[in-house]
Design a protein around this ligand. Structure first.
Ligand code: FAD
Length: 455
């Protein structure tokens, strides 16, 4: 490895929210920091698709009312937040599509296809396991998921739902269509669902005066952009890290273009799917190595569509729908100033659905989604235009939308996988302990910075 031309106290790898939070915290305590970023932009999985128009987000969009770190960062940097409470009400309004049949929400509780038991027949498939995870949650606080007292809940979602009286069909319909964690209810840990549920309950509890959440008026990417702008040190763009070599004096971080950065400390914010492709010397060991090798990230692919007419007014169904086909969850975006106005559509595909789209050329994936929508909604024929597609699973700098755990993996490696490795401190949303999403990313970055300062 050539000698480093760039030296500082800390090298931060990755200019997403976690890396930038670490960098700002370290600088505030007097450290000299350099940030090395593979792409030509900051933000990582916060990505405002500005060319698609006003407030269209490909990544993190919703800022919960209790996201104190994200909200403080926005306020400190003068990024204007917009209240999305009125918009959120529309998210609950969607129709259901099963086996080619379009079913109104009002028809679902008594519908012959509804397999849910007893009072739970009133639950819609897209919200079923989330409502149950809130109602049945053994965790008192989000951070409890790592407490060994709750280790017995690190079981398959399917096992937990079966214990609530759900049969095979009900488990399939209540979890497997377009899941956020894994391909189906057997693949993912119920304990992770409880962590997410406890975190969202906390967000509602912290909502001041009924304001449920925010987004950034000019795109969420303004937040990492302004954080990067507030750094004294430089963000080095277009530098994809390929190797980290550690010795007693610190580490040298080498990039694909030959640049080398040296420092006594490194903060590495890379998702594990990316980190496992990087040569780390000495290598990770034990359960940390297992986690770096195995931790999954959910395939998430979004297809952006522009409406040519208000076809939903013609057929009388709501514009959004949750489907068991390639259109996944078709969400009407309301990104203008009037939340009742539909500005565009995003078809969300997750798990298997996303992998199926990822296997196709983009235009073909767009055609597949459009055909699936038009098959159930004749009024939409020719009225939606494919605009763009974003696959997080195919993104070489993300390798998925967010981390998730298989049953047993939380007990096996979640607590250990973030431990210091020589001069390297790891951070990123996958290493958050008490928060999720963007807030979790910032929590993990601040902790990595504090660990370095303590050392
Ligand atoms: C579709 C989607 C929707 C979401 N919606 C929400 C939401 O509404 N609310 C919410 O709170 N959260 C949401 N999230 C989650 C949130 O966006 C993430 O948790 C958070 O942005 C992750 O930040 P991070 O710093 O951990 O990782 P990242 O943002 O991924 O940062 C890692 C950085 O490392 C860089 N990098 C990668 N490889 C290399 C390399 N080899 N060398 C150098 N740099 C490299 C990347 O380019 C990136 O900038 C969503 C995520 C997705 C994908």
């Amino acid at each position: 490895m050539p000698a480093p031309r760039h030296r500082s106290d800390v090298v931060v790898i990755g200019a997403g929210l976690s890396g930038l939070a670490a960098a700002l915290h370290l600088e505030a305590c007097g450290a000299r920091v350099q940030v090395v970023e593979a792409q030509e932009r900051v933000g990582g999985r916060v990505h405002s698709m500005r060319r698609l128009g006003h407030r269209q987000e490909a990544g993190g969009a919703y800022i919960g009312a209790g996201y104190r770190r994200v909200i403080a960062a926005a306020e400190r940097q003068g990024v204007e937040l917009a209240d999305v409470t009125a918009m959120l009400a529309f998210f609950r309004e969607q129709e259901l599509v099963l086996g080619g049949e379009l079913i109104r929400q009002s028809e679902w509780p008594d519908h012959p296809r509804n397999p849910f038991p007893g009072e739970d027949r009133a639950l819609m498939p897209w919200t079923c396991h989330r409502v149950l995870a809130v109602r049945e949650n053994p965790l008192a606080a989000p951070g409890d998921w790592l407490d060994p007292r709750f280790a017995a809940h690190d079981v398959p979602v399917s096992e937990w739902l079966a214990g609530l009286g759900f049969g095979e069909d009900a488990i399939h319909l209540g979890y497997d269509l377009n899941p956020s964690f894994g391909d189906d209810a057997r693949a993912a840990s119920a304990l992770l669902g409880f962590f997410r549920a406890a975190f969202s309950v906390e967000q509602r509890r912290l909502a001041p005066d009924g304001v449920l959440g925010y987004t950034a008026r000019d795109g969420v990417q303004r937040i990492p952009e302004s954080m990067a702008g507030a750094l004294r040190g430089e963000v080095h763009f277009g530098r994809a890290v390929t190797a980290i070599a550690c010795d007693r004096s610190g580490a040298e971080v080498a990039c694909a273009d030959g640049a080398v950065y040296g420092a006594p400390h490194v903060v590495c914010s890379l998702p594990f799917g990316v980190l496992r492709g990087i040569a780390v010397d000495p290598p990770f060991t034990g359960r940390q190595a297992e986690a770096v090798r195995r931790l999954e990230a959910q395939p998430v692919t979004q297809v952006y569509l522009a409406p040519r007419s208000r076809f939903w007014e013609e057929d009388g169904y709501r514009p959004s729908m949750f489907t068991d086909g390639p259109a996944g969850m078709l969400a009407a975006s309301r990104n203008g100033d009037d939340p009742s106005e539909v500005t565009s559509f995003t078809a969300w595909a997750m798990g298997r659905n996303a992998r199926r789209l990822d296997g196709l050329p983009e235009a073909e994936a767009g055609r597949l989604v459009l055909a699936a929508i038009e098959a159930v909604r004749p009024a939409a024929r020719g009225q939606l235009e494919f605009v763009d597609l974003k696959s997080w699973g195919r993104d070489p700098f993300a390798r998925g939308g967010w981390a998730w755990f298989r049953p047993g993996e939380i007990n096996r490696f979640a607590a250990e996988m973030g431990r210091p490795h020589g001069p390297i401190r790891l951070c990123g949303e996958h290493l958050a302990r008490t928060a999720r999403g963007m807030e979790g990313a910032m929590e993990s970055g601040e902790r990595a910075a504090r660990d370095i300062l303590a050392a």
